[in-house]
Write a protein that binds this ligand. Structure first.
Ligand SMILES: Cc1cc2nc3c(=O)[nH]c(=O)nc-3n(C[C@H](O)[C@H](O)[C@H](O)COP(=O)(O)O)c2cc1C
Length: 195
């Protein structure tokens, strides 16, 4: 069971990293093989919309030279992928959005002269977010977008965990939050074990 955590906060020791690392430990304790990628350390250029990849049906086909082809390989070899991100302007951070844009074209060959399929069909996709507002106002739009993204890509959406950052004067990632994350880790492992 291979799980890839694509951690998209600009802050490597911030709120999102804290929750993502706790999730990594919970999954590892449950015998999953987990890889944690702090995206800020990778060169992830924006998709230019050239659509060259759309006419390359047997490979990613992207002409941009950066770290995304390597991440493509990691995604390909994972059973489940999580985008983890602080909410910025009601969506994800720039590295996550750039990676999502690149992958949605490199993986899904829907718009070329000959229509191909989805390279990542059947993989599981989940999200972890942290945000300032209550979940239903801070993280809801990103979750809606991700559900559409998964459906479009023929991925299996396996859920969303959010922890609220009410500010420095308040406790973050409380015992209740940790208990909810433990449940989310258990559900993730169960979804992977039971297909
Ligand atoms: C530029 C910026 C934009 C933000 N936009 C939102 C937002 O739209 N909704 C929200 O609930 N929180 C928003 N926040 C709050 C962050 O999502 C929250 O503090 C998060 O836990 C920070 O995670 P980090 O420590 O990993 O950076 C924003 C924070 C920043 C710095």
């Amino acid at each position: 069971m291979k799980i890839l955590l694509l951690m998209g906060s600009m802050r490597q020791n911030g709120r999102t990293a804290e929750v993502t690392k706790a999730f990594e430990a919970m999954l590892t304790d449950r015998n999953a093989s987990v890889e944690y990628l702090p995206l800020v350390k990778y060169d992830i250029k924006a998709c230019t919309g050239c659509a060259t990849c759309q006419n390359v049906l047997n490979a990613h086909g992207c002409v941009i030279r950066d770290d995304v082809p390597d991440i493509f390989e990691k995604v390909q070899s994972a059973d489940a992928v999580f985008f983890t991100t602080p909410i910025y302007s009601w969506y994800c951070t720039t590295p996550v959005k750039s990676l999502m844009d690149r992958l949605v074209y490199m993986m899904n060959k829907y718009y070329g002269e000959t229509r191909g399929g989805s390279f990542w069909a059947g993989k599981k996709l989940g999200i972890i977010t942290t945000c300032g507002y209550p979940d239903h106002y801070g993280a809801d739009l990103f979750e809606t977008g991700i559900k559409r993204y998964a459906k479009h890509s023929d991925l299996v959406y396996i859920g969303h965990y959010n922890a609220r950052d009410k500010g420095k004067q308040y406790a973050f990632f409380t015992e209740d939050d940790k208990a909810r994350l433990t449940k989310f880790a258990e559900e993730t492992v169960s979804a992977l074990t039971n297909g």
